[in-house]
Ligand binder design. Structure first.
Ligand code: NDP
Ligand code: 2IT
Length: 445
């Protein structure tokens, strides 16, 4: 058995109850084979064994009192996966499906994504099985305060810097920041995605969605194409989806469908984004409401139907494994020729095989959604400098980051991939090499 196979078999045995983590790590390790073959010293240093083991996982109780006076208990986590190239950095997810395996997959992906940004940030992820849906602002605040009352011991501006993810946006970051400041007395950049009046960065709200469209645009240009006149399907209607839709529309595309976890809307005229913004961001309501405002559109229950809509470009921006083999086949049968991942690991391994066989342009999450954490790192820089850059300045830097990620993954695809468009191998290898070099330099830690 070669080294990668040995580590894969150990990974499966040791993490049998964590299928999403096995999925994420299997994809990465399989694509690293040519690099591992070039570096026998990695095996001697047990580099892969160390890479797949988080440096630390913190699990804690989060008790809080709901509006009826009842005591609720949730589980909180922070996975501090890898600090070889910088302090742990990655979002917090509040969703009932959160468990250790989900956060390990997200933390593992974050290591390589953060490396690809070119900025000095390590990989981490955290969150809770708390469900923010239907909770009052006061309940959200009490939950966030309780969560931070435990987490504050393990985070800090130079140690571990959380941010948002599913279920964690500006409101939650504000409550978490207030409690951190109260407990530590420190006014420091311990979180990113902060409000603009207390250390947040312009463009962070838009960054993941905009970055996704910027890198997709780079891939389109490299293939002699553009967004102009293309039909785009975007899953989700949260932070990433909304700003991806906005930028794709600005570049001349028509976004024909979006969804939430209940169902999807189809609007052949192009989704009306102010209406979506009002429903999802202001009212925190269901996407079904859209047809009340735009009666010519259609609403269908269930989210997987969104992948049956004919499109040129698909941008999955909701959650992991939202596209399985069948959905991937339907997308391609109906004309999709480019897929870029705004969500983390939205495509199953089987779906990725379908893309590969069909030869569509495929931009994997680590590269495609790195704009969010990239601007988070710029927020950290601004906090350290005690300065705020303009929207235009941060947006220009974000465009620079996405351009350089595309150039780096293209170069690594040419050198190590199955073909020059093998951006999966390109992203994994380019992200890995910097982390591996840093780990080798720092000894057995
Ligand atoms: P939000 O909470 O703002 O929005 C999530 C969207 O996805 C909502 O429309 C939600 O629907 C839908 N969704 C969530 N879970 C499911 C599910 N299990 N099934 C179907 N639909 C679901 O999150 P974000 O937009 O921030 O995150 C979306 C994705 O992007 C995630 O994979 C996240 O990890 C990734 N990401 C986020 C970044 C960021 O900066 N925020 C950066 C990089 C990646 P509903 O409202 O019904 O729950
Ligand atoms: O998945 C991700 O990259 C995020 N949720 C953003 C992380 C961050 O630290 O900005």
């Amino acid at each position: 058995m070669d080294y990668v196979d040995q580590v894969l078999s150990q990974l499966k045995e040791k993490n049998a109850s964590e299928p999403e983590f096995i999925q994420a790590a299997t994809e990465v390790l399989n694509t690293l084979r040519p690099v591992i073959a070039q570096h026998p010293e990695y095996q001697k240093a047990k580099l892969l064994e160390r890479l797949i083991e988080p440096e630390r996982i913190i699990t804690f109780r989060v008790p809080w009192i709901d509006d009826k006076g009842e005591i609720q208990v949730n589980r909180g986590f922070r996975v501090q996966f890898n600090s070889a190239i910088g302090p742990y950095k990655g979002g917090l997810r509040f969703h009932p499906t959160v468990n250790q395996g989900i956060l390990k997959f997200l933390g593992f992906e974050q290591i390589f994504k953060n490396s690809l940004t070119g900025l000095p940030i390590g990989g981490g992820k955290g969150g809770s099985d708390f469900d923010p849906k239907g909770k009052s602002d006061a309940e959200i605040m009490r939950f966030c305060q309780s969560f931070m009352t435990e987490l504050f011991k393990y985070v800090g501006a130079d140690e571990d810097v959380p941010a948002g993810d599913i279920g964690v946006g500006g409101r939650e970051i504000g409550f978490l920041y207030g409690q951190y400041k109260r407990l530590t007395g420190l006014y420091e950049g311990v979180l990113t995605g902060k409000g603009l009046t207390y250390g947040g960065s312009l463009t962070r709200t838009e960054a993941t969605g905009f970055g996704l469209v910027y890198i997709t645009n780079e891939a389109l240009k490299a293939h002699g194409k553009s967004f102009e006149g293309k039909r785009v399907v975007i899953s989700g209607s949260g932070n990433v989806a909304i700003y991806a839709a906005e930028k794709a529309t600005a570049l001349g595309a028509t976004v024909v469908a979006m969804c939430d976890s209940n169902g999807y809307i189809y609007d052949a005229n192009g989704v009306n984004l102010p209406v979506i913004h009002d429903i999802k961001e202001v009212r925190r309501a269901r996407i079904k409401e859209y047809i009340k405002e735009v009666p010519s559109a259609e609403y269908h229950e269930g989210c997987s139907g969104i992948w049956t809509i004919p499109c040129d470009i698909a941008l999955p921006c909701a959650t992991q494994n939202e596209i399985n083999e069948d959905s991937a086949k339907k997308l391609i049968e109906n004309g999709c020729w480019l897929l870029a991942e705004g969500a983390n690991m939205p495509s199953t391994l089987e779906a990725q095989e379908v893309y590969k066989k069909a030869g569509i342009i495929f931009l994997p999450a680590k590269a495609a959604n790195a704009g969010g954490v990239g601007v988070s790192a710029l927020e950290m820089s601004q906090n350290s400098l005690r300065l705020s850059w303009t929207f235009e300045e941060v947006d220009a830097r974000l465009q620079g980051i996405m351009k350089s990620i595309f150039a780096n993954i293209s170069a690594a695809a040419k050198e190590y991939g199955e073909n020059e468009d093998d951006y999966v191998t390109g992203a994994n290898v380019a992200g890995f090499l910097k982390v591996a070099t840093a780990m080798m330099a720092q000894g057995i830690v």
